[in-house]
Structures are given as C-alpha cells and as structure tokens.
Ligand binder design. Structure first.
Ligand code: DX5
Ligand code: ZN
Length: 230
C-alpha cells in the first residue's frame, strides 16, 4: 500500500473531559477523527502534568484507530517500554528532551512502535536532517508545549515547507501540533503537513452529552486544510 499523505485530523484529548476519556474518544472517532493524540507531560520538561502509561493503557481499548502518544517528558528512554506496552502506535519524543535522541528513536522502533521526533518552536528544522531514516513522523510544534489553547506561531510554517523538501520520498508523516484551527490548517497543509493535531478547536462547544459540535469542528478543520491542496 502506498504511503498515506492525505490529511488526517488528530484530536488531542488534552482538551477532552479528563473524567470521561473513553466516551470522549468514542465520540470524536464517531465524528470523523483519524488519529487520537495523547499528550503526556511530566512537569519537568514542560510546566504541566497530565498522566502516564497506565492511563494510556486504560484508554487504548476505546481507540479504534491510531493511538499517537506525544511524550513531553525528560528523560524518555526508561519509559519507552511502558508506553509501547500500553498499546501506542506512534511514540513521539522531543529532540530537546535529552542528549541522545538517535538512541531514543531506535529504542522506540525496537518495541515495534512507530517513532516520532518532535521539534520545539525554537529548534531549527535542520536538526532533523540526520534522523529522517530513523523516524516515521516528525512533529513540528506550532506552540511551546505544555498547554492547549495557545496561539499558533506562524514562523513555524516555513519549517514545515523545508521539512517537506528534506523528507522527499521517505515514508515520514509531518504532524503539526498547537493552535491548529480552520484558519491555520490551510497554512500548514499547503506547506506539506499531513497530520493535524487539534485540541481546543475540536472540543470547543461540545461535551460528553453533546458531541455534535466535535463533528462540525473536525469537518471544518479538514475542509479548510483540503482547500489549500486544490
Ligand atoms: C501542547 C500539546 C498539544 C495541545 C494542542 O503541548 O502537545 O497537543 O493539546 O492543543 P491546541 O490544539 O488547543 O493548541
Ligand atoms: Zn501534543
């Protein structure tokens, strides 16, 4: 099968109801989500704390599609096996999280999971150059990691364009994380991104008891992104 570069919408459960992850995941998948993005924060690498591998394991049975785990933790390596065992399809680590990112990416792939490399807004995209054969996904952060609902950093769009050219024919996804909504999605889609993470823009206006807005929000982001590709 050829590599899927079509636009994929990945709701971040950081903006979901933390007491009802299972229902929230089922609702966004029923409303058209392609991947489920799971933000793990340690209060050390980023100034916020979410949850760890046991929560990932608990929510896995509720995810029909791809479970995309974004590790905003440092150190990473000693936790890789636990996140792989929790059922993650993609495990993404930050380049800035330690001195040995190549080892980390190899360790992720050794578990059978797909390896993702995330770059903070302050990190030049050229830093990914020597790693492109060792990753399945590069995540360009378009906010500083730690919180949902922040403003999209426009200067990152050129990094996406450069990355797209660097990747060439390699089967590597370009994921965008932070501030994605119907106004910013076309910018990154046109520059070459295929996985769009969106937290607040997906969950806004809805709730566990009223998930219709999730579908409207997902369709609006997808339509805006696809309009940039025509
Ligand atoms: C930020 C997280 C994001 C976040 C995105 O540190 O990695 O996944 O949930 O949220 P929005 O879409 O609200 O910017
Ligand atoms: Zn994320």
């Amino acid at each position: 099968m050829s590599f899927d570069r079509s636009i994929k919408i990945a709701p971040s459960i950081l903006s979901a109801d933390f007491a009802n992850f299972g229902q929230e995941i089922q609702a966004v998948e029923a409303e058209g989500a392609d991947w489920i993005h799971v933000d793990v924060m340690d209060g050390h690498f980023v100034p916020n704390i979410t949850f760890g591998p046991s929560t990932c394991k608990a929510i896995r049975p509720h995810i029909k599609g791809v479970m995309d785990v974004h590790l905003m933790i440092s150190p990473v390596d000693q936790y890789i096996d636990a996140f792989a065992e929790s059922g993650a399809d993609f495990i993404t680590a930050h380049l800035e999280a330690g001195p040995h990112i190549h080892r980390t990416l190899q360790a992720i792939r050794a578990t059978g999971a797909k390896a993702g490399l995330a770059l903070n807004p302050g990190t030049p995209v050229e830093a990914a150059k020597g790693l492109l054969d060792d990753v399945d996904l590069v995540c360009i952060m378009t906010v500083n990691p730690g919180f949902g609902g922040q403003k999209f950093i426009r200067s990152q769009v050129e990094k996406v364009r450069t990355l797209r050219a660097m990747i060439g024919d390699r089967p590597v996804h370009i994921e965008i994380d932070g501030g994605v909504d119907p106004t910013t999605a076309p910018l990154v889609a046109e520059a070459g991104a295929d996985v769009l993470v969106a937290g607040s823009a997906v969950f806004k206006g809805g709730s566990v008891s009223n998930s219709n807005p999730y579908g409207e929000n997902i369709r609006a982001i997808r339509a805006a992104a696809q309009s940039a590709l025509r």
